[in-house]
Every structure is written in structure tokens, then in C-alpha cells.
Design a protein around this ligand. Structure first.
Ligand code: C2E
Ligand code: CA
Ligand code: CA
Ligand code: CA
Length: 280
């Protein structure tokens, strides 16, 4: 039996019946949580090296569970994907992120060259007319398409036969597309030819050991050179130390994200950072 408490949701039994039961139960809870408005977004700044000016922010969903406190997405996004609830939840995230960013822009005059990023799962991408959902979210919020970036994993793109066409439609709107967790999928290089990617987000696992392992440093350097050669932006993810930030800059990385610079934070705090930047 599962005990109540933190981490409960991640600890399903690998047995398939158990998982189906777990998913059904969590699916019902997630549906209720949506109705009750228990989700909210934090935003983690993406910064420019070496001056650490914010150039964007990634929306990261949180669940304020009435009895268990804040539940992290790693504990409920996988089940939301398996149950299909990611479709309404993801739609909410997209709308809320656009609405919040439009408020930074129109409501507070943060007019610098920043973008807001939203994570999109494979299941959302497979939805019929997903590109229309994106354009509707932009129109409803009055957020210019150029302010929005969507983040997709290689696996999400690879899994979806309709993805290339849908992504072309989204790119045609003017929305930027980032390949998330770059390097951890199986088909990275072929994908770059087939879909309109403009940014690579290099997974934290490729950044973790760059300061002590020459082999790891070689890989991280190769990725930035690939990105430069293809005229793509490249973001180093999960940067936790000043030494890593320094080395990434020397390697040619211009964009970075991680606890060393800023943790995911309330939207008002990101807004203040972006507004302050405009005054410079
Ligand atoms: P991700 O898209 O790779 O997002 C980055 C995750 O790394 C975030 O965790 C962020 O808080 C964390 N992170 C950032 N910098 C550091 C660092 O320096 N050190 C460490 N240890 N971690 C760092 P978070 O917010 O818990 O999200 C986990 C994952 O859940 C995300 O990984 C993404 O795959 C998924 N997720 C979050 N929000 C959404 C959403 O709205 N929709 C979908 N489909 N997935 C989401
Ligand atoms: Ca992401
Ligand atoms: Ca990532
Ligand atoms: Ca990740």
C-alpha cells in the first residue's frame, strides 16, 4: 500500500495493472485539481553569458496539493501524459504562460528582447490542430508570436508522425521551437534536418561534469560548434556553479539556465527583472 507523503506519486509499482490503477487514481485527482485551480506556473530565467542579463524565462508548472503541499511536475506529468490529461493541463499552461507574458509586455512595459518558453508534450503535439491552439492562445492574450518559444523533447518530435507538419505551421506563426534535453534522445541529428528548430537546450547531464572531465567538455564544445554551424541558439541547462558558467562562456555558450543564476520563481519576480533591464 502507498503511504501518504512526498514522493508518493513517483513510487508506483512497475506492474502494469498496478500502474493502470495508479494512473486512473492520479488522473482523477489531476482532473479535480484542474477544476479547483490548484496549478500555478513558476518561471525560470534564461540568462546571457557572461553578464547574466535575462533573455527569457521557462514556464514550469507546480501543483499546490491541498494536503501534500507543492508537488513537482516530475511526479505528475508522466501520469498526465499516460492518461491524456496533459492535453487540458498543457492547454492551461500555454494560455497562462501567454497571458502572464503579455502582462509583462503590455501591462508593465517590459519591452526588451525576451521570450517565454512553454514545455509541450508528445501527446499535445499529436492533437489535431495543435497549431491552432497555439495561435488561439496568442490571439487571446495579445502576445506577439515572436515572444513565444515552445520546448519539445527529441522523443516527443520523433514519436509523432504529424509533428513535422504541425511544427512547420507553428514556426510559420513566428513561434520559436527549442529541442529540450538535447542529447538525451536517440535521433538528435536527423531531427535537425526535418523540423524547424531554432534553439538547442543542452541537457544538464552534459553540463554536470564539464569542469572535471575533458571528455564531457569535448562533447559540450562539439554541441556549441554544431549549433553555431547551423545558426541555432544554444542554451546550457542545469548550471549550478560559477566554474561551470565561466567554462561554458569560454567554450562559446552565450545562453544559460540553472540554479547558479536563478531558480524557478514567481512571475512577478521575473517581470521585475525584465522591467529593470529595460531601464538600462
Ligand atoms: P525541463 O523542461 O528539462 O525543465 C528543467 C527542470 O530542471 C526544471 O525542473 C527546473 O527547475 C530544473 N532545473 C533548472 N536549473 C537547475 C539546476 O541548476 N539544477 C537542477 N538540479 N535542476 C535545475 P521542474 O520544474 O521540476 O520540471 C521538471 C520537468 O517537468 C521539466 O524538465 C519538464 O520536462 C516537465 N515540466 C515542467 N512543467 C511542465 C509543463 O508545463 N508541461 C510539460 N509538458 N512538462 C513540464
Ligand atoms: Ca524544458
Ligand atoms: Ca530540459
Ligand atoms: Ca529534463
Amino acid at each position: 500500500a502507498k503511504e501518504a507523503g512526498k514522493g508518493q506519486y513517483a513510487s508506483y509499482h512497475p506492474d502494469l495493472d498496478e500502474r493502470a490503477h495508479y494512473d486512473a487514481q492520479l488522473g482523477a485527482e489531476l482532473r479535480l485539481a484542474m477544476e479547483r485551480g490548484e496549478f500555478r506556473l513558476l518561471f525560470q530565467p534564461v540568462v546571457r553569458l557572461p553578464d547574466r542579463h535575462p533573455v527569457g524565462a521557462e514556464a514550469l508548472v507546480r501543483w499546490d496539493h491541498p494536503s501534500r503541499g507543492v508537488v513537482s511536475p516530475d511526479e505528475f506529468i508522466p501520469a498526465a501524459e499516460r492518461t491524456g490529461l496533459i492535453v487540458p493541463l498543457g492547454a492551461w499552461v500555454l494560455q497562462e504562460a501567454c497571458r502572464t507574458a503579455a502582462d509583462w509586455l503590455h501591462g508593465h512595459g517590459a519591452t526588451g528582447p525576451w521570450t517565454v518558453s512553454v514545455n509541450i508534450s508528445a501527446r499535445q503535439l499529436r492533437e489535431a490542430h495543435f497549431s491552432r491552439r497555439v495561435s488561439a492562445a496568442l490571439a487571446a492574450s495579445r502576445l506577439p508570436a515572436e515572444r513565444l518559444m515552445i520546448e519539445l523533447t527529441e522523443t516527443a518530435v520523433f514519436d509523432s508522425r504529424a509533428a513535422a507538419q504541425t511544427l512547420r505551421e507553428i514556426a510559420d506563426l513566428g513561434v520559436a521551437i527549442a529541442l529540450d534535453d538535447f542529447g538525451t534522445g536517440h535521433s538528435s541529428l536527423g531531427l535537425l534536418r526535418n523540423i524547424p528548430v531554432s534553439v538547442l537546450k543542452v541537457d544538464k547531464s552534459f553540463i554536470d561534469h564539464i569542469t572535471e572531465s575533458p571528455a564531457e567538455a569535448t562533447i559540450a564544445t562539439a554541441v556549441v560548434s554544431l549549433a553555431n554551424g547551423l545558426d541555432l541558439g544554444v542554451v546550457a541547462e542545469g548550471v549550478e556553479s560559477a566554474a561551470q558558467a565561466r567554462q561554458l562562456h569560454l567554450m562559446g555558450y552565450q545562453l544559460s539556465q540553472g540554479y547558479h543564476f536563478a531558480r524557478p520563481m514567481a512571475p512577478e519576480r521575473v517581470r521585475d527583472l525584465l522591467v529593470a533591464l529595460d531601464g538600462r
